[in-house]
Design a protein around this ligand. Structure first.
Ligand SMILES: NC(=O)c1ccc[n+]([C@@H]2O[C@H](COP(=O)([O-])OP(=O)(O)OC[C@H]3O[C@@H](n4cnc5c(N)ncnc54)[C@H](OP(=O)(O)O)[C@@H]3O)[C@@H](O)[C@H]2O)c1
Length: 290
């Protein structure tokens, strides 16, 4: 981990995944400007250097630390949880923002489809490991960045990672339905601990999402996001609000759009589906941890 730990000088310890681009990078700028201390995941060293240079130019040197982690890889997640554990840093807030759309189907090192692994299984495992190790403060907040794309999705428990699906949109929208199901179930589980869990749809945002390879579809998506999308700053607004605002300090198990509670799909509210997703996700993690 880069950066030294310093207790007490900053408002909250916030762990933000996917803070190197798009909505996450905008959220990072806002949270640092508010004097929070950030831990940000990165994957690519070259990209990190540029982000580090920019963020450290306007905040305290010790205010931001970077952790290498591919969220689709369970071993990477175990490693960063160990880093937190050893350094005895407790988090006030976890923002599961990192996410991907992949047009070309691909798999992580243990054979799980990568969109499912990055968007659901990784955050599921990360969050539960941090909680098991008691690394999130009582009164803390967990924010999952979902999407309105979840509204068309239905899970297939015979093919949970959607590796048989030929549709990139089905793979993505199912992973985003998992974000909602996980949010609502975790929120219930954490009532006693007084840790809140909410999910946010950031809007259609002009970011680099869905640019894994060049083609007509990518070009069309780029145009739609550029001409119809809101800015990454606007896209980050609701998640920064959920992470910091006192008004929502005790609100949990909700789905937010534009700082307001919204209705998730009927599928997202099915507690039997949420229970089954939890069990199957746990089995997958246990099977693949080395
Ligand atoms: N943009 C939209 O219109 C929109 C709409 C609804 C929901 N969302 C959600 O918003 C979140 C952020 O998306 P964005 O639009 O800001 O996308 P983005 O510009 O592509 O940024 C995605 C961030 O996630 C990181 N990331 C991707 N895959 C990862 C992995 N396997 N392990 C670790 N980090 C990974 C990226 O890291 P690198 O820098 O290494 O690539 C980057 O920091 C996602 O959860 C997405 O589903 C976006």
């Amino acid at each position: 981990m880069d950066g030294r730990f310093l207790q007490g000088r900053f408002l909250q310890n916030i762990f933000l995944t996917g803070g190197t681009d798009g909505i996450g990078l905008s959220a990072a700028r806002s949270l640092l400007a508010m004097n929070h201390r950030l831990f940000i995941t990165y994957r690519n060293k070259n990209k990190l250097d540029a982000v580090k240079y920019e963020l450290k130019s306007f905040c305290d040197e010790k205010q931001v630390s970077f952790l290498r982690c591919d969220l689709s890889e369970p071993d990477d997640i175990s490693e960063i949880v160990n880093v937190f554990s050893k350094s005895k840093i407790k988090l006030n807030c976890l923002i599961n923002n990192a996410g991907t759309i992949l047009f070309k189907k691909s798999y992580n090192s243990v054979g799980i489809e990568k969109v499912f692994a990055t968007n659901h299984l990784g955050p599921f495992y990360l969050t539960n490991r941090l909680l098991e190790k008691n690394l999130i403060h009582e009164g803390g907040r967990i924010i999952n960045v979902g999407s309105s794309a979840h509204k068309t999705a239905v899970l297939d428990f015979n093919n949970l990672d959607s590796s048989n699906s030929k549709s990139w949109y089905e793979r993505y929208s199912r992973s985003k339905l998992c974000n909602l199901l996980f949010t609502l179930k975790l929120s219930e589980n954490l009532t006693e601990k007084n840790i809140t869990v909410n999910c946010v749809h950031p809007g259609i945002v002009d970011t680099n999402i869905g640019q894994d390879h060049k083609g007509l579809l990518q070009f069309i998506i780029r145009l739609v996001l550029k001409y119809r999308g809101i800015s990454p700053e606007q896209g980050a607004d609701t998640l920064v609000y959920l992470a910091t605002n006192e008004t929502v300090q005790n609100v949990s198990g909700k789905y937010f759009i534009n700082r307001s509670e919204s209705n998730p799909s009927k599928e997202a509210l099915k507690s039997d589906i949420a229970d089954r997703l939890w069990q199957e996700s746990t089995k997958l993690i246990n099977r693949f941890l080395s």
